[in-house]
Ligand binder design. Structure first.
Ligand code: NAI
Length: 348
């Protein structure tokens, strides 16, 4: 399908298709919006089945970054990059350096960071070739704990709204995905007194969570069906779809995974069913906030304070949705678009 006709195309500013066959690099960088000439977003290293799937993903994810930054009041346009390949077998220093040269050629328009399939060590390596990389191991480090912290505070806002109390004592949370964010979220939830049921396709990650957090576990394809108070998707996108929506066991959905709604209409379906959906891009900005604060003046306490503001953002979204009787996904979009309109002169 041609790019401009794709349903995921949203008047993106630019798309860069880059290859370097000598190192096996096949990458796409999508800049959805520029804020004062800059856009930021992580590098996803993933073995897409088709090039079209990679294009759709980078278009959707970069647009999501624009909305994420706007809602988090971060003065930055939205971008994303995808490297097509299996990070376990194809991620080499030469490939990352080659990618870094392409980022450098964009002269600061695109600032890259870690995402699924890349980590702070990779960004460290990339930063040896280009200064336009944030989230380095030698600086603020892994952004995932900050992302988990934002999800945690978003969850508190949802609980306060739905139950009249933000206490997690005895609250049953189901967690899908026990990677960098999921495991950190489990730690925060356990510390706050929550009861956990977890799932992952990686048996070792499940065993670890059962041991560390006294969690129960279910097979990965059942986690959203478990009767619980909160379902926290921290694995893959599209988890809320026609099939899962009829099987949901939780009254609140709040997790880190990007693009949890397979299609926009699923936000309306959740609303119709009285399920409180906390839009992913409203709560998973913690890692981006941490990366952007990186530098000689980095202060962990400042980072934590900024990430904790997710709670107020989520409360505002829930209030707007209730007032206007619209899905929270739509309320979040409208608030983000209002904020963008207020700053229109910065966007280009
Ligand atoms: P990760 O790659 O460290 O962990 C993902 C985990 O999900 C892995 O343990 C994997 O085995 C598991 N998984 C994959 N497919 C699964 C399935 N079908 N069912 C159950 N488990 C499955 O990724 P990370 O960094 O923890 O991110 C999780 C999600 O949060 C991703 O969607 C990512 O885009 C999103 N996110 C992460 C941020 C970060 O700071 N790391 C920031 C914003 C969003």
């Amino acid at each position: 399908m041609p790019v401009f006709d794709s349903p995921s195309f949203d008047h993106h500013r630019s798309l860069v298709f880059a290859t370097a066959p000598e190192v096996g690099l096949k990458a796409i960088i999508a800049i959805h919006s520029l804020y004062d000439g800059r856009a930021g977003g992580g590098i996803r290293f993933n073995p897409y089945d088709t090039e079209q799937a990679a294009i759709e993903d980078v278009l959707r994810l970069s647009r999501g970054m624009t909305y994420k930054f706007a809602l988090a009041r971060i003065p930055m346009g939205g971008a994303k990059s995808v490297i097509i390949g299996d990070p376990k077998t194809q991620k080499t220093p030469e490939l990352l350096q080659s990618f870094a040269r392409i980022v450098d050629g964009l002269a600061g328009k695109y600032i890259c960071g870690p995402d699924v399939g890349t980590n702070d060590q990779d960004i460290e390596l990339i930063s040896q070739t280009t200064p336009h990389a944030l989230g380095r191991a030698s600086h603020a480090g892994d952004p995932s704990p900050a992302t988990a912290l934002g999800v945690f505070h978003g969850m508190l806002a949802a609980l306060a709204h739905q139950r009249g109390s933000d206490s997690l004592e005895g609250v049953h949370v189901t967690v899908q995905g026990l990677g960098s964010v999921g495991a950190n979220l489990c730690a925060l939830l356990t510390e706050a007194g929550a009861r956990l049921t977890v799932a992952d396709i990686d048996a070792a990650a499940v065993a670890d969570a059962m041991d560390k957090f006294d969690a129960a576990s279910v097979p990965a394809e059942q986690i959203w069906t478990v009767p619980s108070d909160v379902f926290a998707p921290c694995a893959v996108g599209g988890v809320i779809n026609d099939q899962s929506i009829n099987q949901l066991g939780a009254g609140i959905i709040c997790g880190a995974a990007n693009n949890q709604l397979l299609e926009d209409r699923h936000g309306q379906l959740l609303h119709d069913r009285g399920v409180l959906f906390v839009p992913d891009y409203a709560v998973n900005s913690g890692g981006a906030i941490k990366c952007l604060l990186e530098g000689p003046d980095y202060d962990e306490a400042v980072m934590v304070r900024k990430v904790m503001r997710v709670r107020d953002t989520v409360a505002g979204i829930i209030d707007t949705a209730a007032r206007d009787n619209i899905p929270t996904s739509l309320a979040a979009d409208r608030i983000a678009e209002d904020l963008m309109a207020k700053n229109a002169s910065h966007y280009g």
